[in-house]
Design a protein around this ligand. Sequence first.
Ligand code: C2E
Ligand code: MG
Ligand code: MG
Length: 759
Amino acid sequence: MSIPVPRDDLIDFVDDIDDVDRSGDGRGGHPVWTVLVVDDDDEVHHATMFALQNATVLERPLKLLHARSAAEARAILEDRGHEIAVVLLDVVMETPEAGLDLVAVIRRELELAEPRIILRTGQPGYAPELSVVRDYDINDYKTKSELTHVRLVTALTAAIRSFEQIRTISVSRRGLDMIVQSASELFGRRALASFAEGVLTQIAALLKLEPEGLICVRSVATLAQEADAALTIAGAAGRFREHVNRPLAELAERDIVATIARCVESRGSLYEPNATVLYFSGESARAAVVYLQTERPLDPVDRRLLEVFAVNIGVGFENVGLFERLNFYAYFDPLTRLPNRVSFIEEVDRFLGSPAVATDYAVALLDVAGFAEVNNALGQRTGDALLTAVARRLRAAFPEGVLLARLVGDSFVLFGPATILVPPNLLRAFDSPFHARGHGVPLRIRAGFAPVSRSVDGLLPRAADLLREAAVALGQAKLDPAVRYCAYSAQMAGQARKRVVMLNELRAAIDFQRGLTVHYQPQVDAVSHELRGVEALIRWRNERGEMVSPQDFIPLAEYTGLIGEIGAWVFRQACQQLVRWRQAGEVGLIVAVNVSALQFRQEGFVDMIRGTLDATGAPADCIELEVTESVAMEEVDKVAAQLRALKSLGIRIALDDFGCGFSSLGSLSRLPIDRVKVDRCFVAELDPDNAGTGIVHTILRLAEGSGMSVVAEGVETAQQADLLQRLGCREMQGFLYGRPMAADEFDIWRGQFREARLA
Ligand code: C2E
Ligand code: MG
Ligand code: MG
C-alpha cells in the first residue's frame, strides 16, 4: 500500500528523532508524547514521520516508535506501554483482523487503559463495528488517505488531549490512594521525628522522587525547655538526616535556610524550580515547614496532589502536636517545667531496675513551710512565680545527674547520690530570699530523706516505697517546728502507723465529744501569794483509757488541720468555765488559752473568738491568748494586725515558750504583746551559782524595757522560785504550786491555796 504524500506537507525528512528523551510521561527533563506507529507498510511509516516531523502537540514534541507487525508492536507495548500516548494502528496486517486483535491484547491482556488508539485502514469502505470501538476504547478511525500533516496532527491532538486527561485522572487516583494510605500510616505515628520522616517519605513516593528534604518546626519538641522562636529540624530524609534535632540555623546550605525563612515570613507555601516548601501553621504545632528538594518544577498534577496531601499533613501535625502536648502534661509539670510525679517514679524505677546499681542513692522530699499562707497573702501569681524560682534554685543547686521533680503544690523531690543529697546542700539553696514579681520572700523548707537500701532478701526498693519513706520522714520533721529535716528509719514507719491510728481516734473524740476535757493550771504571784489566773490545757483520754499527751497529739492535729476545731472547742470550754467561776465570786481570775500557729492563720479566727465571747458572756479582759514564737515570726505585719484586732476586743496576748525559737527581738517589739512566758527549759537550767548571767536574766531585762510582764513556766522547786524572785520574776506557773487540774479539783486546790496563804 502506498499513501499519497501531499506536496505542501512535504518537509525535511528526519530519520531519527529517537534522541529525544525517552520518557513520555511528563516526569523526565524534556517531556514528549510517544506515539507508536504500527503498520506492515514501510511507506506508511515514512509518510507518518514526514507528516509529524517537528510537530508539537499541546506544547510537547512527538516521539515515534515503529512496529511493522502486530507481534513487534506487542513486544514494544509490553516493554514501554506505560509511556505510549497514542497507537496509530493499521487494521489489516498479517491477517485481516491483526490490528483489532492487537487492540484486544492492549486493553485486555496488557491492561493498558491509557494509550489512545487511532485505527487506520487503506480501505475507505471498511469500518469496525461500533461495539468494537466502544468496548476497546478506540478513539478514532481514519483512512490512510486522510493522514495529511494537518489531519494527522488534528487527530493526534484530540487523542493526546484525551490521553492526558485519562493520565491525570489515573495519576491523581493513584496519588489519592497513596494519600489515603499514607494518612492512616502517618496518623499512627505519635512522635514528631517519626511523623516528619514519614511525611517526607510519603511525599517523595507521591512525586516519584528520592526522599531528600527536611521538616522544621517551632517549639513543639522543645516544650520541656523555655519556648524559643528558633526553628528546629524535627525530621529529615536523605542527606539531611544527620541534622535531626538541630537548629535549622546550623545548616551549611545557606540557600535552603534562606528559602525556608522566606516561606515562614510569607506564611505560605513556595514552589521553586528546584524545591517545594510547604508551610503549615497550627495551634499546637506552631509553624511547621516541609522543605523538599525536587530538582524540577512540579507539574500541575503533582502540585494539586501535594495540596491535597498537605491538608492531611496539616491535620497530622496538629495531632502529633496535641499528642506531644498530652505527653508533656503526662510527664511534666507545666508550671515549673520539671518532671512530675509519674515521670519521677518511672525514671527512678528504671534506674533501680538497671543492673549494678549502687545503693548509696537517696530520695529527698521537701516542702515549703507555710507556702499556703504566702500564696494567700501575695496572690496565686506570685505564688506560682515563687515555685518556679524554687524549681530553678533547686535545679541549679544540684548537678544534672540528680533527678528533680515537682510532686504537687509546694512539694519537690530529688533523687541522686546520697553524698550529694545531704541536708546542708538542700538547706543552702534556701539561704537567701526568693524574688518574684517585686517581692523578696524568704522561704523555709522541711525535708525528709529516704536512703536506698536493700531489703533483708537483697531486693532494692521501688520508687513508690522510697517516696513513701521520705514522706514519713518529712511528716516526722513537721511535727516539731524546730526540726528542719529527718531521715527515714524503720521505726518511723511504726510511729507513722501509730499516728494514723491516733488521728482516727482523735477525729472520733472530737466528733462524739468523747474523752476530751480541759484542765486548769494555776499561775500565782510568788511574792503576794495571790492567784493570778489559770492556763487552760487540753486533756485526752483515748478509747483504751490511756491519757495521750498534748505534746503528741497537738502537733498531729496541727499537721492535719484538726487543730481548728480543737482550739475552738477548748476556747469555748474555757470561756464557759470562766463565767461559772465569776458567778461563784471569783472575779479577778484570768484564763489563758493556747492558740496554735495554724489556728492563728486560719481565716475567721478573730471572728470565732469574738463569737464565742458573745455566746458565753465571758469578759474579754479576763482572757489571755498564748501564742508561740513561731506565730510571731511569720509575716510580722499580718500577725501584728491580727493581734491588734484581738487586743481591740480587750484580750491580752502572751508569748508562750519564749526563748525556744529564734525570734528576732526587732520583730517582737513590733507586736502588741502583754506578757512573756519563760520556757520551762530555762527555768530547769537556772543555776544558783550563776543567777545573774542566765538567759532568764536577759529575758527579764528585755521584757521590762518593753513594758511586758513575765511569767516563768515549769517551776518545780522552791529553789527555782527563789532564784526567779531574786531575778525580778514574780509570776510563776508550775508543779510547785499546782498541776493542771479538772475544774472541780481546781476549786478544791484554790480553797487550800487561800487557806495556806492566810495561815
Ligand atoms: P505549754 O502551753 O507550754 O503548757 C505548759 C506545759 O507545761 C503543760 O504541758 C503543763 O502540764 C506543763 N507543765 C506545767 N508546769 C510544769 C512543771 O512544773 N514541770 C513540768 N515538767 N511540766 C509542767 P501539757 O499540758 O502536756 O501541754 C503541752 C503543750 O501542749 C502545751 O505547752 C501547749 O503547747 C500544748 N497545748 C496544751 N493544750 C493545748 C490547747 O488547748 N491548745 C493548743 N493549741 N495547745 C495546747
Ligand atoms: Mg501555754
Ligand atoms: Mg509554754
